[in-house]
Design a protein around this ligand. Structure first.
Ligand code: SF4
Length: 436
């Protein structure tokens, strides 16, 4: 008897801007591997497709300018669909028929139009199999997704036994009850056409609870994989798939570093792998000391990003508890001693938080520069069900609750008027040219 078949779809990004900063649908790829281990025949259509991959695999996606959704008509910026053409999508769909179920993800709440379009096209071309929508948008905006997506089922929360039980209604599928694909499996990167880099995570969730962040909603428990399992994932990507650049997606890579990160990187160093590591999600700078900085350098971390978010002095701000300016100075100094240049140490700062002034962002940027690192602005996206949501709702001139498109950080949805346009002028004078 032929194995049941499941089609995974990573839909297009519809946005004002998008860049491939090691951006892959990690959760969907974990589900893909988990299903393969259960005997399912899995295929993937990656609508976003590979980027031009110019620097360590990162780069610009293909894009096509498209009309803005009606409610964004007043925004004076171009809107595009990033990824393959619809014709190419339909060609791939035609060549991969005979599925028992289709799983579609949507990685940002404001990217739902790409998922809706994929669902619409699949429904038209393959009217039989059930379509299940999951991912960040489905988890954070389940009512919106259930009302408007056109999917047969909306799965919210992390991939778990619930998702597999749902699939088991449509195909013979063993469900043990304690599945956690992120911890149990490596992501099925080999399903992607000609991947230029690997992505993976050594852990799930985050032990912190920053008020603007959805980590605890997307993965309620913080769990780390075993060091040996993480090492095997790296080996598989590097030696079997031949990938030299590998990005860590951990929210808290350095938690319990002495029993997790350090032994893992020691194993990597002993194996003399030809590999370059990147941490686009940011490291907790409080955890960076001489020992950790040395391992980062020796094991081949090329892209260092630290999470500071705001460096306002005497902070009345209590949005997170990640680090102080003193800890920033200490972390940067450890990284510099390990051999990193200032321009190689990036520090994420939030911009556009409810009630945040331009001066506050500027002050944080200056402090990062003074510490010997490079500030990177991370524009605030209001996220439903986070602690900061209510303040965001009140601060925003947009109906961010009714319409997830207004949660797009490109709109600076909670910043004071004029913040977006001014931003680029003063940013350049402080930071200089963005190497991207
Ligand atoms: S430390 Fe990072 S991932 Fe963890 S809750 Fe804060 S912002 Fe989210």
């Amino acid at each position: 008897m032929a194995a049941p078949r499941v089609l995974l779809i990573n839909p297009w990004i519809y946005d004002f801007a998008a860049f491939d900063f090691w951006a892959k649908p990690l959760g969907l790829l974990h589900i893909g591997e988990s299903l393969r281990r259960k005997g399912i025949d899995v295929a993937l259509i990656d609508c976003v497709g590979p980027s031009d991959g110019k620097r360590f695999g990162t780069g610009h996606f293909r894009k096509q300018e498209i009309p803005k959704p009606k409610i964004l008509q007043g925004i004076p910026r171009r809107y595009s669909r990033y990824g393959i053409s619809e014709e190419e999508f339909l060609r791939q769909l035609d060549s991969t028929r005979g599925f028992d179920a289709v799983l579609v993800t949507a990685r940002m709440t404001y990217w739902y139009p790409g998922a809706f379009r994929a669902i619409q096209l699949v429904r038209h071309k393959l009217p039989g199999p059930p379509i299940i929508l999951g991912g960040v948008y489905a988890t954070l905006c389940p009512d919106h997704a259930a009302r408007f997506s056109g999917a047969d089922h909306v799965h919210h929360g992390p991939a778990s036994a619930d998702l597999f039980r749902l699939l088991a209604q449509y195909m013979p599928l063993p469900v043990t009850g304690d599945e956690d694909p992120v911890i149990d499996c490596h992501p099925a990167i080999d399903l992607l056409a000609a991947p230029r880099y690997g992505v993976f995570t050594t852990s799930e969730g985050c032990p912190f609870d920053c008020t603007y962040c959805a980590s605890h909603l997307l993965a309620p428990r913080f769990r780390q994989k075993s060091v040996e399992a993480c090492f095997q994932d790296i080996l598989w990507m590097n030696r079997t798939l031949g990938l030299k650049d590998i990005a860590f997606y951990d929210d808290a890579l350095l938690t319990s570093a002495s029993s997790h990160f350090i032994p893992l990187m020691d194993q990597v160093c002993r194996s003399r792998l030809d590999v370059r590591f990147h941490c686009p999600n940011g490291l907790h700078l409080r955890e960076i000391n001489t020992e950790v900085a040395g391992r980062l350098r020796q094991s081949g971390f090329k892209t260092i990003r630290l999470g500071l978010e705001t460096a306002t002095s005497g902070s009345e701000r209590t949005i997170d508890n990640k680090a102080s300016c003193e800890e920033l100075v200490h972390a940067v100094s450890a990284l510099r001693s390990a051999g990193y240049e200032s321009h190689e140490i990036g520090v994420y700062l939030m911009a556009g938080l409810p009630g945040q002034s331009r001066e506050e962002v500027e002050e944080s940027m200056r402090k990062v520069k003074e510490a010997g690192a490079r500030p990177y602005l991370s524009e605030y996206s209001p996220i439903p069900r986070t602690a900061l949501w209510e303040a965001a709702r009140k601060a925003s001139p947009y109906p961010i609750e009714e319409e997830p498109l207004f949660q797009n950080p490109s709109l600076s949805p909670c910043a004071p008027e004029g913040f977006t346009i001014e931003r680029y002028r003063w940013r350049k004078s402080i930071v200089g040219r963005d190497p991207r």
